[in-house]
Write a protein that binds this ligand. Structure first.
Ligand code: PRX
Length: 635
């Protein structure tokens, strides 16, 4: 029996048992079976969730790009590694082979070196979904630089915060990005951001849209001419197992975004292992994850996991609605996609459109469907199952987080019987526990609890960049000795997990994690605003959307208020990005607060959802009368 690849349910249970009883032995065998190491580890695992400190494969040396690229050259040099599908379907797709990937990554790595980037330096990557994005990520990993990819939909303000937080010396960007029929001036956004980033001395610019940009002498350089002269060989930097691989920012319920720090060996082992099993990868597959590399899904399951398995992985620059709503189905038909991994929000949006967008395409190449990022509702699950999978493709509802690095709970396709809305069973090595708010373990079925994990797995984040104390407080303090996910979940009678949603002030909109605090800060900066509170409310397509309760300094006329609503969303777009815009804005005379001054979001959530009956106990409020005033729409 292979430790690396689970082939049936019996094997899953046997492997799972072993991974819990002898986790070190289990992961050691996985690590030995599949990867290339320059130096073997001296210890598989040491951990202490109280400090917290977690180390996997200590003493080992490796380079993740040797595992993702070099070692495939003997057998797969001419196999497509990345299949690039551009925004415009009329632009030809590009097949980038493992040999070409090797050469392009090495050239880029040599360029980074020639610009003075060294092991441990942080490089911020702010690029659209073009091959250079993946190359830049891998080039950093090749030389031991720490990449920090910022999703190219974030605004200049959000980008600047992230650049400064990790003190990135260099930014890699492009002249612009295509998004449907729009062109976005990415370089202009970088220029604005860098006004506030004194530590960034160098910007490399990829040419993509050919729109006019300003190049700042001494700081900005076009990438292409630098690549031309670069050598196609670059000896990998040998990294210690626990050397940082990347930082990726995720929203917290309070404060600035958290730079989740992932390290090298454990992340590689876990993402590769889970990719193989959750997608039952076979060598001829053409696998497509529609996420952006700016999110963890793209890091782990477009780049590292697939490449570590020698897979063909699609890089999609476009959006589901351009040139029309058949784009996904067209890409599947055109490239004979075998696995499609996407977000429930995309499924819901596409399910609303005419069915002939789907039926006019041949989707018979599909074998496995996946979802990620938010709970999938039953209706969307069935539509996906019936119309995309034609009832013959298992759906893997994969639950995980930026912090977990890889998928923790998911069915194994063709192996674990699926159940709509359930992420089902933990993967090997994962020990989920449900606790109540006092930390007491819930053993009953169908009881909603807080989802924790009792034991480390190889790809758990090791820290928050520059703020280990916050790492401890956010994840390891509420329930000592356990990693707390921030999610609610329940378990059914056979042990399947259903994720019910966040239990903190993080709101998941269209699969994007948004913290309420930075949005409220952006709103409160508007001179007309006295105070604000953001909550989520159910939305047909986005899953959750944002509802803003806003107190004005001066209520003015209704025309003033319409203008204000627009300005508020504009301010949010500038501070964070369009993904954080409010769907509904209600101007209110006050906000329900506890005697200690905390906003009672529970009540606002109910009002936003239209559930104004049974608001629960409001007597502990400092200002109980405000609840009725908000319901009546007083301003
Ligand atoms: O609430 C959970 C939700 O997304 C959160 C993590 O978001 P992020 O760090 O951006 O990573 C998203 C991609 C892994 C989780 O805390 N979530 C993720 N997957 C699922 C989910 N909720 C329900 N079902 C899922 N399959």
């Amino acid at each position: 029996m292979s430790n690396y690849h689970i082939k049936n349910l019996e094997e899953y249970f046997a492997v799972y048992r072993k991974s819990i009883r002898q986790p070190e032995l289990f992961w050691q065998e996985v690590a030995e079976e599949h990867f290339v190491w320059r130096k073997r580890w001296s210890k598989v695992l040491s951990w202490d969730f109280n400090k917290p400190e977690i180390k996997w494969f200590e003493g080992a040396q490796l380079n993740i790009t040797e595992n993702c690229i070099d070692r495939h050259l003997n057998t797969k040099a001419d196999k497509t590694a990345f299949l690039f599908e551009p925004n415009d379907p009329k632009e030809p797709a590009q097949h980038i082979t493992y040999q070409q990937l090797y050469e392009r990554v090495n050239k880029m790595a040599n360029v980074l070196k020639s610009q003075g980037i060294q092991k441990g330096d942080r490089v911020c990557i702010y690029l659209p979904m073009i091959p250079e994005l993946a190359m830049a990520v891998l080039a950093c990993a090749r030389i031991g630089a720490v990449h920090s990819v910022v999703f190219a939909g974030f605004s200049a303000g959000a980008l600047a915060t992230r650049i400064n937080d990790c003190d990135a010396r260099m930014v890699i960007t492009s002249d612009g990005s295509f998004r449907g029929n729009k062109t976005i001036d990415l370089k202009g956004i970088v220029d604005d951001a860098l006004e506030h980033c004194p530590g960034t001395s160098s910007v490399l610019v990829v040419e993509r849209t050919k729109n006019k940009v300003t190049m700042k002498p001494g700081r900005d350089q076009w990438l292409a001419p630098l690549l031309e002269g670069a050598d196609v060989h670059c000896t990998p930097e040998w990294m210690d197992a626990e050397d940082p691989l990347f930082i990726l920012y995720t929203s917290g319920s309070t404060g600035k975004p958290k730079g989740m720090l992932h390290t090298t060996a454990g992340y590689m082992v876990y993402t590769a292992y889970t990719f193989k099993n959750v997608f039952q990868h076979q060598s001829e597959d053409v696998y497509w994850c529609t996420a952006d590399i700016g999110w963890i899904t793209g890091h782990s399951y477009i780049v590292y996991g697939p490449l570590a398995n020698g897979a063909t992985t699609v890089l999609f620059e476009g959006i589901p609605s351009y040139p029309d709503f058949s784009r996904f189905w067209d890409v599947i038909d055109k490239h004979k996609i075998t696995q499609l991994y996407t977000a429930p929000t995309a499924i819901r949006a596409l399910a609303k459109e005419r069915l002939d967008y789907v039926t006019s395409h041949d989707l018979s190449s599909l074998r496995i469907l996946g979802t990620v990022g938010e709970p999938i509702n039953e209706e969307a699950w069935h539509w996906y199952n019936d119309h995309i999978g034609n009832k013959r493709c298992p759906i893997v509802d994969t639950w995980w987080q930026t912090e977990t690095g890889g998928i923790l709970i998911s069915p194994l396709p063709m192996i674990t019987p699926t159940k709509p809305t359930y992420a089902t069973l933990p993967l090997p090595g994962i020990q989920p526990v449900l606790v109540n708010e006092n930390g007491i373990e819930i053993t009953d079925n169908q009881v909603d609890g807080r989802l924790c994990v009792a034991f480390p797995w190889p790809s758990i984040a090791r820290s928050i960049w520059g703020d280990h104390q916050r790492f401890k407080e956010t994840y390891f303090t509420a329930f000592p000795g356990k990693y707390f996910t921030g999610d609610g979940a329940l378990r059914d009678e056979v042990g399947y997990y259903r994720i019910t949603g966040r239990v903190d002030d993080v709101i998941i909109v269209s699969g994007h994690n948004l913290g309420t605090a930075p949005i409220e800060d952006a709103i409160n900066e508007h001179p007309a605003v006295a105070e604000s509170a953001i909550v989520g409310f159910p939305h047909d397509i986005k899953g959750q959307a944002l509802y803003g309760f806003i107190i004005l300094k001066d209520t003015g006329t209704s025309r003033d208020r319409d203008n204000l609503s627009r300005e508020i969303n504009q301010a949010i777009t500038e501070h964070i990005g369009p993904i954080a815009k409010l769907d509904k804005i209600q101007f209110v005379p006050g906000l329900p607060k506890t005697r200690s001054g905390k906003i009672m979001r529970r009540i606002l959530r109910k009002i936003a959802a239209g559930e104004t009956e049974g608001l629960g106990d409001t007597t502990t409020l400092l200002n109980p009368e405000i609840v009725e005033e908000i319901i009546q729409g007083k301003i």
